[in-house]
Design a protein around this ligand. Structure first.
Ligand code: IPM
Ligand code: MG
Length: 356
């Protein structure tokens, strides 16, 4: 298996190192070989090449079985031209690899339910999967940066646009995922205001009625969904939504789990998949060895399952994470009196040991 490693910026470097340790342990135990190709993306790539996604990075990713990404961005690059911001590297690799489907599972672990901003009993047991469209919508519609219009007034715009095939393929993913989970899809839109949402809702409903009559489907407006997530997160199974609503709702959902440092993601399409924690590059704590690598390690589990065809190894990595938490080890973000505080690297080693 060929894996492209894209540590990126900030804590990305430390957490990817820790996750590679776990992947190596899984490969050894379950008898497959992994070969790594480490490349630059984001701010690190801007510094070295003047672009957040160098050609050699995209080429390596395209030639791989899977990509493991840390995080991109940081204050150092806040004032670069918008066309080469670090985040552009991420958006362009998603587009370049055709990764239209972003899976963001949120499961409240019993080890962190008490850290949730929601009452523990409201959060504990929540287990949902956000299926976010990732290569369309307003993220990739025409961007008109701020300029003076004919009346001399400054204006700017971004276009939200979807085509039927784009909606169908992401909806299919959600329906199929629901069949393997709780059998329920909640489609999120803003059909009371937006034409793109009305088309989205129509297509999703048609598919349910034609092909997925065994799946329960309901529709929420995005504002209501944001509210329902904190009122009763346990009502959700699969949440299907567009690029921008998925961006916003997945941050909201992640915090319900008690720590953003625990949530993995997979971005899938027709070729190699890309796996990354849902948190950012946390420049404020970078290089101190205190970042939580578990979201990246759990992203490796998703990689094993969706790209490397190693279901047993994927289960083993998830079990190993639970064992280490059960044994009381915590990175500082999750630490409390009575628990054992460990560094990023130590956490990686502990999980790797537990896999072995
Ligand atoms: C995410 C991030 C990205 C996004 C940013 C860094 C471009 O917030 O993966 O959710 O908006 O998609
Ligand atoms: Mg986001």
């Amino acid at each position: 298996m060929k894996i492209t490693l894209l540590p990126g910026d900030g804590i990305g470097v430390e957490i990817v190192d820790a996750a590679v340790e776990v992947l190596d342990a899984a490969a050894k135990k379950y008898n497959f070989t992994v070969e790594y190709d480490k490349k630059l993306i984001g701010g690190a790539a801007i510094d070295a090449f003047g672009t957040p996604l160098p050609e050699e990075t995209l080429a390596s990713a395209k030639a791989s079985d899977a990509v493991l990404l840390g995080a991109v961005g940081g204050p150092k690059w806040d004032n670069v031209d918008p066309s080469i911001r670090p985040e552009k590297g991420l958006l362009n690799i998603r587009k370049g690899l055709g990764l239209y489907c972003n899976l963001r599972p949120m499961k409240v672990s019993k080890y962190t339910a008490h850290l949730s901003p929601l009452k523990t009993e409201r959060a504990e047991g929540a287990d949902l999967l956000i299926v976010r469209e990732l290569t369309g919508g307003i993220y990739f519609g025409t961007h008109n940066e701020a300029h003076l219009n004919a009346d001399g007034v400054e204006e700017a715009s971004d276009i939200e646009m979807y085509t039927r095939p784009e909606v169908e393929r992401i909806a299919r993913f959600a329906f199929e995922a629901a069949r393997k989970r709780g059998g329920k899809v909640t489609s999120v839109d803003k059909a009371n205001v937006l034409g793109s949402s009305r088309m989205w809702r129509k297509i999703v409903t048609e598919m349910r009625d034609k092909e997925y009559t065994d799946v329960e489907l309901n529709h929420f407006y995005v504002d209501n969904c944001a509210m329902q997530l904190v009122l009763n997160p346990k009502q959700f199974d699969v949440v299907l939504t567009n690029n921008i609503f998925g961006d916003i709702l997945s941050d909201e959902a992640s915090t319900i789990a008690g720590s953003i440092g625990l949530l993995p993601s997979a971005s899938l399409g027709d070729g190699a998949g890309m796996y990354e924690p849902i948190h950012g590059s946390a420049p404020d704590i970078a290089g101190q060895g205190i970042a939580n690598p578990l979201a990246t390690i759990l992203s490796v589990a998703m990689m094993l399952r969706y790209s490397l065809n190693q279901d047993v190894a994927a289960d083993a990595v998830e079990r190993a994470v639970d064992e280490v938490l059960e044994a009381g080890y915590r990175t500082p973000d999750l630490w409390a009196e009575g628990l054992k505080k460990v560094s990023t690297a130590e956490m990686g080693k502990l999980v790797a040991e537990a896999v072995k």
